[in-house]
Ligand binder design. Structure first.
Ligand SMILES: Nc1ncnc2c1ncn2[C@@H]1O[C@H](COP(=O)(O)OP(=O)(O)OP(=O)(O)O)[C@@H](O)[C@H]1O
Ligand SMILES: [Mg+2]
Length: 576
């Protein structure tokens, strides 16, 4: 019972989220709804004109027309007028709906993207890229479509239902009563089905994310797959996932078909009952032939609008499941403030003055882990220092760099930047990232020109500045051999360059930023001894007024460092 209540309250709370989103676009949604109502009014008027036309032609004695016409020409003119207006309105309506939909999709995608990218790194790294892409594209589109689709459809269909029902009721209350029989049954069915549909929708979305993650992983690791002869294994694994997806989709489909068939069956019986009753009234002389045609048209409008409202249930459930997945992103813990006036002031004052960087008894544990990755670590360095952090693999060197960059927060202890005289101090946080430049352990080149990649860290960098940074990183020689020099294209993830070349490009990009502290995470691990030596020599010259911190296993790096620490999960011992 508790689980059921929880599920219902989850669905209701997600519906509130969708309603809140709709409120943001309320004027657009109202415009769309009003236009749709207009086209329904013209539809109802067209039916009444058809009734008048038939009664005019059959010269029925039982004619009781809501719209009275004096001549056949008048009826035809009205029929043409309403038909044309209806078409024009529905065309304008389609256009307005598309505009609203595009606006909502783009805005919601951008909002979700902003939220994700500003969330805490530790939480965002839990998502696979395939899952995130699926949420950005498919789920955002589903929720946007529900904002433009569901509320206006419910309102317009209720209006259509009410209008058709009122006219039927005006002519024949018994016929109206018969037409209403479908409502209670359909409501009972949909109430019973909502939860089951919700579960199906969630499972399907999870499955589709799993497939997307599988695809993106396979594409990223093509070279590995081919080299290990895993192509056929992956091809059949995809098919296996697809079979699971098909089974789930078809189960859901079977379930929906059974439900809609029951509802259609009842609707069909009621349709025959209405038709039979109409024919009886005509035979008994209670209504005209035109009114019978009007009844048939209105009943089909009535049942059409009713089944549209019922069909909204699965659409709504799907939108709820999609909205839950977007809400999951929106609820991720945010990074602390990226901009902070105190940091700005400190940065403006000290960006070119000596500073020190220190850890004071810092501990950190990754959120899903039971042990600390770093335990009570202390460390200090200052401008002009070249620091090597070494230690066995998995002991916490990269974790220390993540703490410097405030990608993660210490569970205990303080990380700070201080003026050299120690009179001024600022705690590390996302806003202090401007003090740092970083060469990550993994290559992080974007699919764009090399110059664009470089200018990501310094948008106003001149070509000469870029070339200078490339020279310092020993990357200039191979870049000028490219057809377009610094404007050559870099493939997604750096394809087109060797690992060692990409490392040098990453180093050049970090230097271009010209930050007071530069972090190098195994930044020269792919270079040959001579090139590494040259790069380090250039860095030693370039970084005399910086703090340069290297994580490394290589002795060559130690040669340019005046400080070295052995990092273990419980210590950071000075060894130089
Ligand atoms: N995102 C993460 N979630 C959970 N645990 C993590 C995460 N990243 C690293 N760890 C764990 O934290 C510990 C330290 O990892 P870290 O990457 O800092 O090691 P490292 O010293 O840089 O190793 P290497 O020399 O191999 O690069 C390891 O035990 C690792 O399993
Ligand atoms: Mg590492």
């Amino acid at each position: 019972m508790k689980i059921r209540e929880k599920k219902t309250s989850e669905i209701i709370s997600e519906l509130k989220n969708i309603a809140a989103l709709s409120r943001r676009y309320i004027s657009a949604v109202i415009t769309y709804t009003v236009m749709a109502v207009f086209s329904i009014v013209f539809g109802l008027l067209s039916s009444l004109v058809s009734q008048s036309l038939i009664d005019f032609v059959t010269k029925s004695q039982h004619a009781d027309n809501l719209l009275e016409f004096k001549s056949i020409q008048g009826v035809i003119c009205a029929a043409v007028f309403f038909a044309v207006f209806r078409i024009v309105f529905s065309a304008i309506n389609n256009r307005v709906a598309e505009k609203i939909k595009i606006r909502i999709i783009t805005e919601l995608t951008a909002d979700t993207f902003d939220k994700f990218i500003c969330s805490n790194w530790e939480y965002t790294s839990d998502f696979t890229s395939g899952d995130i892409l699926n949420r950005f594209n498919s789920d955002v589109a589903t929720v946007s479509a529900s904002v433009t689709g569901i509320i206006p459809t419910v309102i317009t269909k209720i209006f259509q239902f009410g209008g058709a029902f009122a006219i039927i009721f005006y002519y024949d209350p018994i016929m109206a009563a018969i037409a209403l029989v479908t409502i209670p049954l359909s409501l009972i069915c949909s109430r019973f089905l909502v939860r089951k549909m919700h579960q199906y929708a969630k499972d399907l979305k999870k499955m589709s994310s799993k497939m997307m993650a599988f695809n993106s992983d396979a594409l990223l690791n093509m070279q590995y797959l081919k080299s290990f002869g895993l192509v056929t294994v992956f091809c059949s694994k995809l098919r296996e996932l697809q079979r699971e997806y098909i089974r789930l989709s078809l189960d859901y489909n079977k379930f929906s078909i059974i439900v809609t068939s029951i509802i259609s069956f009842v609707t069909q019986i009621v349709t025959y009952a209405c038709f039979g009753w109409g024919v009886y009234c005509l035979w008994a002389g209670a209504i005209s032939f035109g009114t019978l045609v009007l009844f048939i048209q209105l009943y089909s409008m009535l049942s059409g609008s009713f089944s549209s409202i019922i069909n909204i249930v699965p659409t709504l459930i799907n939108a709820v499941a999609a909205s839950e997945r977007i809400t999951e992103i929106r609820n991720l813990p945010m990074d602390d403030e990226l901009e902070n006036p105190e940091t700005e002031q400190f940065f403006d004052k000290y960006k070119n003055l000596p500073i020190s960087l220190s850890f004071d008894n810092v501990s950190f544990r990754y959120k899903e882990e039971t042990d600390d990755a770093l335990n009570s670590i202390s460390f200090e360095c200052e401008t002009g220092d070249f620091v090597a952090l070494t230690g066995a693999s998995g002991e916490g060197k990269t974790t220390m760099l993540r703490l410097f960059l405030s990608l993660i927060k210490p569970s205990e202890g303080n990380c700070s930047i201080q003026s050299r005289d120690k009179n001024e101090k600022i705690e590390l946080g996302p806003s202090t990232r401007k003090f740092f430049s970083y060469v990550p352990q993994k290559n992080t080149m974007f699919g764009d020109t090399l110059a664009a990649n470089m200018r990501m860290v310094k948008p106003d960098a001149t070509d000469t500045e870029i070339e200078q940074a490339l020279k310092t990183a020993c990357a200039y020689d191979f870049v000028i051999k490219e057809k377009n020099g610094i404007y050559c294209h870099v493939g997604d993830g750096g394809t087109g360059f060797s690992e060692g070349q990409m490392q040098r490009l990453s180093i050049a990009r970090a230097l271009l930023r010209d930050a007071p502290i530069v972090l190098f995470d195994e930044a020269t691990s792919a270079l040959d001894i001579d090139t590494e030596h040259q790069v380090l020599e250039n860095l030693a010259e370039w970084g005399r007024n910086k703090i340069c911190i290297f994580t490394t296993h290589r002795s060559s790096v130690f040669e340019v460092c005046n400080k070295a620490y052995m990092v273990t999960d419980t210590d950071c011992i000075s060894i130089l």
